[in-house]
Design a protein around this ligand. Structure first.
Ligand SMILES: Cc1cc2nc3c(=O)[nH]c(=O)nc-3n(C[C@H](O)[C@H](O)[C@H](O)COP(=O)(O)O)c2cc1C
Length: 220
């Protein structure tokens, strides 16, 4: 594992607009992430062998480079200039947005610019799930469907099905990246979705589908 404390301080400083961590400051409105490292990682078969859920997290934040790679693996653009992603998407709607709940605030991952946009300047991590460990994980991803991006000819039932399926692909990408990097993760449906949607200031056409905690495993 890299020097987590040093690198994590850099991420905290980045998200806090370059200020000293621990000193009250406004979180950065926008964070351009470093380019993903697409050369690294373990062989796929080994990653599949190691993929698993973990529910015990260290509170150490993720380094900026790790967060950048994680989000690109989740649903980043992998064939620019087209908008196509690392995860497939029904009819190419790309209706699932990846929100990133951190201590500094809630951010939206913008795959087109590979950047984070501040949505709510509050720590919403504890609201992203109903299990104790959720507040400890440095990053809780929240997968949100925007039904306005799906066509009206598709039935409501199929729209729900596609949103759930598309979320599953993204969540599995996160599982595989975490297995490759020795990170802890668990995808979660046990979420008070109404309360979370309110705190996230979602529109009525948006719906929380699942959440996923990511961090370093807690040392025993
Ligand atoms: C759609 C879905 C929802 C899940 N919801 C939760 C959850 O709310 N809390 C939790 O601790 N695990 C949750 N899990 C993780 C499963 O419990 C876990 O994948 C299962 O026990 C198998 O363990 P493994 O992932 O280590 O193979 C969920 C998994 C899926 C696919």
């Amino acid at each position: 594992m890299p020097n987590v404390k040093l690198i994590a301080a850099a991420l905290a400083a980045t998200l806090m607009g370059g200020s000293v961590p621990g000193v009250a400051a406004e979180p950065a409105a926008s964070v351009t992430l470093p380019k993903p490292d697409t050369a690294g990682g373990k062989p796929l078969m080994q990653v599949l062998k190691e993929r698993h859920s973990t529910r015990e997290f260290s509170t150490a934040p993720l380094p900026t480079e790790v967060l950048a790679n994680l989000l690109w693996a989740a649903n980043g653009m992998n064939r620019p200039p087209s908008d196509k992603r690392t995860a497939p998407s029904a009819k190419g709607w790309h209706e699932i947005d990846v929100y990133v709940a951190t201590a500094a605030g809630l951010y939206l991952y913008d795959a087109r610019t590979h950047a984070l946009k501040l949505v709510v300047a509050q720590d919403l991590r504890a609201l992203t799930g109903q299990q104790d460990f959720v507040k400890d994980a440095p990053v809780n991803l929240v997968y949100v469907a925007d039904f306005a991006r799906m066509d009206a000819e598709t039935s409501a039932e199929d729209r729900q099905l596609y949103a759930a399926a598309d979320t599953g692909f993204i969540a599995q990408n996160v599982y595989l990246y975490c297995a490759s990097q020795g990170l802890a993760t668990v995808v979660r449906g046990w979420v008070d979705k109404g309360a979370l949607a309110k705190a996230m200031q979602l529109k009525t056409r948006q719906q929380v589908i699942l959440a996923q905690s990511v961090g370093y495993p807690r040392r025993q």
